[in-house]
Design a protein around this ligand. Structure first.
Ligand SMILES: NC(=O)c1ccc[n+]([C@@H]2O[C@H](COP(=O)([O-])OP(=O)(O)OC[C@H]3O[C@@H](n4cnc5c(N)ncnc54)[C@H](O)[C@@H]3O)[C@@H](O)[C@H]2O)c1
Length: 359
């Protein structure tokens, strides 16, 4: 398989796993890295023995780079994604695609006009866990699908992230930051959403950093941190999501899918592996399903590799822009409905390519 040359913009916390991706995915060549803070990019470039670019613009202007991998903070996603396309490059972006649906639409429209690809995290939806659940749904293991529930329950990333303030700005919070894992999974399991409503609150107006050097520093919270959402899918299935950074602990499942003849217990959508268990009519108790693929570790880069393979095979890549846009519209409308006390209909749509049984 032919390699494509990827350049990373954003040399922060998550960049290491992407920088290590070429060792697992032979079609990715990491061709360089840049950051607003050039010393951060330089450090990573030295660590991984790849070229360093003084500024993001220098990297964007290099004609030998095929794909920009956007690992910046959410508020910079739209600008970098659009700049990548303007420079004639495909883009694979960390989630969310943008912080506003209007910007997300501009990204997809531009990519379509220029015949370039937009890929969006999370690629955990290609992992063995979610793909096994998708297969169980598609083969009718639990009968006709009735509904689903998703719970993203936590106390927030300030316990481990060195720079957690961005998680509490508009365009992040538990819904925009973690929601894409849960919502993308629900969407590949159940299809597009028709309408949404929600209730959201900001329980604590200030948070305190608990990790590493900056422990004890406080910062303001400017986005809802405790969110309840209700979704009606186009298939008439209903689902709910709770996304919170405000609770202490929970024993709720990550995601469950309910059918007329059984239930599927879906593993953590932030991870790639299982276990996936299900209870189905006619079978004795909960069963663990055999996983459909070998992607069970931290395989971030899988979505980028799939996008490269899809460009070369001229088929739709799995973690694609329309899916990311639908997730973005869903999250934005959920929060809007919370303020307006309304039920909102989505305008975006998407379809997924069916994967071969062994991903
Ligand atoms: N940290 C994780 O475990 C994790 C996991 C999955 C996804 N993500 C996602 O990855 C993205 C980055 O997260 P992170 O944890 O690495 O954040 P981070 O704050 O550690 O790193 C972000 C980097 O982007 C740079 N940056 C910001 N604005 C920029 C701009 N306009 N141009 C160029 N560089 C810019 C910053 O200087 C910083 O080095 C976020 O979208 C996050 O949701 C993070």
């Amino acid at each position: 398989m032919k390699k494509m040359r990827a350049g990373i913009i954003g040399a922060g916390n998550i960049s290491d796993i992407y920088l290590a991706a070429p060792s697992k995915f032979s079609n990715i060549e990491m061709a360089g890295i840049a950051d607003l803070l050039s010393h951060k990019a330089k450090e990573k470039a030295e660590l991984y023995s790849i070229p360093f670019y003084e500024t993001p613009d220098d990297l964007l202007e290099d004609p030998t780079i095929d794909i920009i991998v956007n690992l910046t903070i959410p508020s910079a996603h739209a600008k970098i994604n659009l700049a990548a396309l303007d420079h004639g490059k495909h883009v694979y972006s960390e989630k969310p695609l943008a912080t506003r649906y209007e910007d997300g639409k501009k990204i997809i429209e531009k990519a379509t006009a220029l015949n370039l690809r937009v890929g969006v995290a999370p690629d955990t939806i290609l992992g063995a866990g979610i793909q096994t659940a998708v297969q169980l749904v598609n083969e009718g293991k639990i009968g006709k699908i009735v509904g689903a529930k998703a719970f993203m329950m936590g106390s927030g990333p300030e316990s481990w992230h060195p720079n957690p303030a961005f998680f509490y700005e508009t365009g992040a919070g538990p819904l925009f930051d973690m929601g894409p894992y849960y919502l993308s999974s629900l969407l590949v399991l159940l299809g597009p959403v028709d309408s949404v409503t929600g209730i959201a609150q900001t329980t604590y107006l200030e948070r305190t950093i608990k990790s590493q050097e900056r422990a004890g520093e406080t910062f303001p919270v400017t986005t809802p941190t405790h969110v309840e959402g209700l979704m009606q899918f186009k298939s008439n299935v209903t689902a709910s999501i709770t996304a919170t950074f405000d609770i202490h602990q929970s024993k709720l499942p990550f995601i469950e899918v309910y059918g007329s003849k059984g239930t599927i217990h879906v593993p953590d959508p932030n991870l790639f592996g299982g276990p996936v268990s299900y209870l189905a009519e006619g079978e004795a108790g909960w069963q663990e399903a055999p996983l459909v693929s070998g992607y069970i570790g931290n395989e971030r880069g899988l979505g980028l590799s799939d996008m490269i393979e899809s460009i070369q095979s001229d088929h739709q890549h799995y973690c694609h822009g329309e899916l990311g846009l639908h997730v973005l519209e869903l999250m934005e409308k959920l929060l809007e409905s919370s303020v307006e006390r309304t039920f909102k209909t989505l305008e975006s749509n998407f379809s997924m390519r069916t994967l071969p049984e062994k991903v």
